[in-house]
Design a protein around this ligand. Structure first.
Ligand SMILES: [Zn+2]
Length: 399
């Protein structure tokens, strides 16, 4: 396939390569240059629009189709998977050709994409997150000790021996990476945001199990103290991180730990959480983190932390995924947000050079965008501007 007459966005230099052509063979970009000619395959005329790498969201939950996460245990997993399929199709339509499932999604979902059963983003799955008793992954009410110690989103494991077993089981089941809950969170019934979860020793054990399989751990954490403990234990990314401070940011930079902010989720829970069934006790916790979110971006950037891109929306709120571009535009240059959603996330996922970039050897995951995202990244929040979505060299959406 030849794509001609496009302005190819080079996310590394932050510039458009004018009148560039791009040749794709077997789902991979093989050549980029001004004078390539068609050799018999399809030709797409980009009509002077922008050709850019497909977007990457490093924090999604297509399996968590309700804002009341505890209620998901009442639904068969086959039903949840069907709902996930629809969400993933919408993600791809919004231009996300790769996503990291930050808990809930398993090997089955990733393989369903890889084999063409689901027309969604290529998926890196975390399986069920590991949580301590009473932690962010413990969806039982405060007085419930009867319900099962695991649900679709998380499993409870306490102590080094149990977390090792849980880590090994999730890896055996095909998790690409492991997720741990290292502090309190919003969508859980019995923990305040500031609670510290898991000892450094427990987290180290999970990191060690992941490393033994040549993969890594992502940690849900909000406060500077929780972040510091998780970084000390060796995690690769801090998810959310809203209550970061300068010292914790410096430690993250020193250990090359990524920050994955997920700011759109707080805004939408604040606006719509009640309407879509999030329990009041959980909605209240959003006020602890919503204002600090944008400040954490500046602290991280000043310290030299690599900042990824995530959305973390649950249930009916998932439709607002691309709204993250709007939130971040308040404090970032367009190219900074675009890099977060392409090359930085690709590094985080361990697939730098394969996705998030258009160069020979990379997957042909690309978008044709009607606009100028280098001047205004919020254009990427408008699916009507995304005229074509290609993943692995195949047209997944186009007009
Ligand atoms: Zn999440």
């Amino acid at each position: 396939m030849l794509i001609r007459n496009g302005r190819v966005l080079d996310v590394e230099s932050g510039d458009y390569l004018t009148s560039s052509r791009l040749r794709i063979t077997d789902g991979v970009v093989v050549e980029i240059g001004p004078s390539l000619t068609a050799t018999g395959g399809d030709t797409i005329d980009a009509g002077d629009r922008v050709v850019m790498p497909g977007l990457i969201d490093a924090h999604v939950h297509p399996m968590l189709s309700s804002l009341d996460v505890g209620s998901l245990r009442d639904q068969p997993v086959t039903l949840l998977a069907q709902k996930a399929r629809i969400e993933m199709e919408h993600m791809l339509r919004r231009g996300f050709t790769t996503a990291r499932d930050a808990c809930g999604g398993d090997r089955g979902l990733a393989d369903a994409v890889a084999t063409g059963l689901i027309n969604g983003p290529r998926l890196f799955v975390s399986g069920r997150a590991l949580s301590q008793t009473g932690g962010h992954g413990d969806s039982r009410t405060a007085s419930d000790f009867c319900a099962a110690h695991s649900d679709v989103a998380a499993r409870i494991a306490d102590g080094v021996a149990e977390v090792r077993r849980a880590a090994r089981e999730e890896l055996k089941a095909g998790a690409d990476q492991l997720k741990i809950m290292a502090s309190g969170g919003v969508a859980s019934p019995s923990d305040e945001i500031w609670t510290l979860q898991y000892t450094v020793e427990e987290m180290r054990a999970v990191v060690e199990e992941a490393a033994a399989r040549r993969t890594y751990v992502l940690a849900h954490a909000y406060t500077a103290e929780a972040i510091t403990r998780a970084v000390t234990a060796g995690v690769r990314s801090i998810e959310h991180g809203n209550l970061l401070d300068a010292d914790a940011a410096a430690l993250m930079a020193e250990h090359s730990v990524f920050l994955v902010p997920t700011l759109i989720t707080y805004q939408k829970i604040h606006e719509l959480g009640g309407q879509f069934g999030m329990p009041a006790g959980q909605r209240r916790k959003v006020t602890d983190v919503i204002d600090a979110g944008l400040g954490s971006l500046k602290l991280a950037r000043d310290a030299g932390v690599e900042i990824g891109f995530g959305s973390d929306l649950l249930g009916e709120l998932q439709v607002h995924q691309s709204g993250e571009f709007r939130v971040r535009s308040r404090v970032e240059e367009p190219i900074e947000t675009i890099r977060s959603a392409t090359i930085v996330n690709a590094q985080l996922l361990g697939v730098a050079g394969e996705v998030g970039v258009l160069r020979p050897g990379a997957q042909a995951d690309l978008l044709i965008v009607d606009g100028d995202p280098l001047s205004d990244a919020t254009e990427l929040a408008d699916p009507d501007r995304i005229d074509l979505v290609l993943r692995a060299g195949q047209v997944r959406y186009g007009r």
